[in-house]
Design a protein around this ligand. Structure first.
Ligand code: HEM
Length: 484
């Protein structure tokens, strides 16, 4: 009897497995259709009785994850970040014609519109009343940070930051403080022979930011802070799954540690002020004490959380971006001998004019036109901020489409920087073209400081050092430097 049962049992299982194998994809397909249909239905209900418009073309994909995994796949695994948008352009045929180029999607847990053309990017970046900031997790960038606040609070903080880091006076003093600290490591790299450019440049940039922003000298404590910033950066655009082992979870932990270390520094300064009555907040004259002393029109100072949120944001905004830009500048120059020769010519001429003085000033920098173009071109091609985050504060109609209130908006600025419609041969490094730091009222508050740091590094690189790279930036760009 049992001999008869086996084939029947096996068939039974095969039948069940076949059913499951067939049903799972069908079910997934149904969920995929229903998710998009659900969002379209909600939109249609909300817009009933108003002028007929549509959601931008696209698809919301699966519930919750949406197209996040596809986006991360293009960035992390395929290493073709523009592939995500290119696939949409191919599928939806440019979406609404020239100048629109926007798509509905679901990313990082929110319904999102992706905007990719100069006209639609401008609409979003230059309509602050219609779009607020919309980072996937505002807590990671700091709830009361300049990046997250709006209106008069934003204008006041931004005014202070621009004056503190971007005004000619502050740039002059940054140039004095950081220059010896750029030139000395360059000499030591030459002595070492081969270095991993990404690691060493990051170290120099971080040490300079720590000194100028929070008066911290390199120590085991700053090494820890550096590690936490790396963890925070890794989670900024990660999938928002707050579970042990995920980048997002780790980033939240790092953010808490950074908050507490800068809070301790703040308390220490306040205590020191109490001990030395009359002296301003520790008297450091750095960005942190500036934030502690900043007053609004009613004489009200920033709260402790606001100081901490903003100092973390400023180090975050000014550190990783500048160090990657410097690394990529070195990489592109190494691969473009003609550009390097032109850069050397300009910088050697400036060095000669200075009659032996080894450090350049802000006035020298204003004369270095070709070096400025190298800086801009590096930032264009590297695309350090590939996308900017906003959220629609009301329904926004644009050329027959609506960006619904509450949806996130991702401004895909990298597509402009590498689109053959806007640049000839967009992937080639050609400094003889142009402007890169975002746009509108949130245009980078440290753009002049970033340019200054890159220029100083390029000056000392091109005047005193020749180098021969292995062209593999994925390994951190191993380079050898020789002192001339
Ligand atoms: C190569 C280096 C840098 C690049 C490519 C860069 C890029 C950008 C971009 C594209 C934005 C606009 C963000 C948006 O619209 O949402 C921005 C904002 C900002 N950046 Fe930079 N940045 C750089 C260096 C710096 C430095 C050195 C600082 C120093 C403090 C800084 C501080 C800021 C701040 C505070 C904001 C927010 C401005 C606001 O919301 O009003 N950045 N940056």
């Amino acid at each position: 009897m049992s001999g008869m049962q086996t084939p029947v049992g096996a068939m039974d299982w095969a039948w069940r497995l076949g059913l499951v194998a067939g049903a799972v994809p069908l079910l997934a397909l149904a969920v995929w259709h229903c998710t998009d249909a659900f969002h379209r239905a909600v939109f249609a209900c909300r817009r009933r009785g108003t002028r007929a418009t549509r959601l931008p073309p696209g698809h919301m994909d699966l519930p919750f994850v949406g197209e996040t995994l596809a986006l991360l796949w293009y960035f992390h695994l395929a290493r073709r970040p523009d592939g995500f948008v290119e696939a949409k352009r191919r599928r939806y045929g440019g979406a609404g014609g020239e100048g629109v180029d926007m798509y509905r999607t679901h990313l990082f847990g929110s319904p999102t519109v992706l905007v990719c053309s100069p006209a639609s990017n401008k609409l979003v970046l230059q309509s602050p009343g219609s779009f607020g900031t919309g980072w996937p997790d505002p807590e990671l960038v700091g709830l009361s940070s300049v990046i997250n606040v709006h209106g008069s609070r934003h204008a006041r903080l931004r005014g202070f930051i621009v004056a503190a880091v971007n005004s000619p006076n502050s740039l002059r003093s940054f140039a004095e403080v950081i220059q010896p600290r750029v030139a000395a490591p360059l000499r030591s790299w030459a002595a070492k022979g081969t270095i991993t450019a990404a690691t060493e440049i990051k170290k120099v940039t971080f040490e300079n930011i720590c000194r100028t922003f929070v008066s911290m000298e390199p120590s085991p404590a700053t090494a820890k802070i550096d590690e936490w910033f790396a963890g925070l950066v890794a989670g900024l655009r990660a999938f928002q799954l707050d579970m042990p082992g995920t980048a997002f979870h780790h980033a939240r932990k790092c953010r808490r540690k950074l908050n507490s270390v800068f809070r301790e520094e703040l308390d220490r300064r306040k205590k020191a002020k109490n001990l030395a009555a009359g002296e301003e907040e520790g008297g450091h004259g750095d960005l942190m004490s500036g934030l502690m002393q900043m007053e609004d029109e009613h004489g009200r100072r920033l709260g402790d959380d606001e100081v901490v949120d903003n100092i973390v944001s400023l180090v975050l905004g000014g550190y990783e971006s500048t160090s990657s830009a410097i690394t990529w500048a070195a990489y592109h120059l190494a691969k473009s001998p003609a550009v390097l020769a032109k850069l050397r010519e300009e910088n050697l001429a400036i060095a000669k004019e200075k009659n032996g003085a080894s450090f350049i000033t802000l006035d020298d920098i204003s004369k270095m036109k070709y070096t400025a173009k190298v800086v801009e071109e590096t930032i264009r091609l590297t695309n350090i901020s590939p996308m900017l985050y906003r959220a629609a504060l009301r329904d926004i109609e644009y050329r027959g489409y609506t960006i619904p209130k509450g949806w996130k908006v991702i401004v895909w600025i990298r597509s402009l920087h590498v689109d053959p419609k806007y640049y000839d041969d967009p992937l080639s490094f050609n400094p003889d073209r142009w402007d890169v730091f975002g746009g509108g009222e949130r245009i980078c508050a440290g753009n002049m400081l970033a340019r200054l740091q890159l220029t100083i590094m390029l000056h000392h690189l091109s005047c005193g050092v020749a180098y021969f790279p292995h062209p593999r930036p994925i390994d951190g760009a191993a380079m050898s430097f020789t002192e001339l």
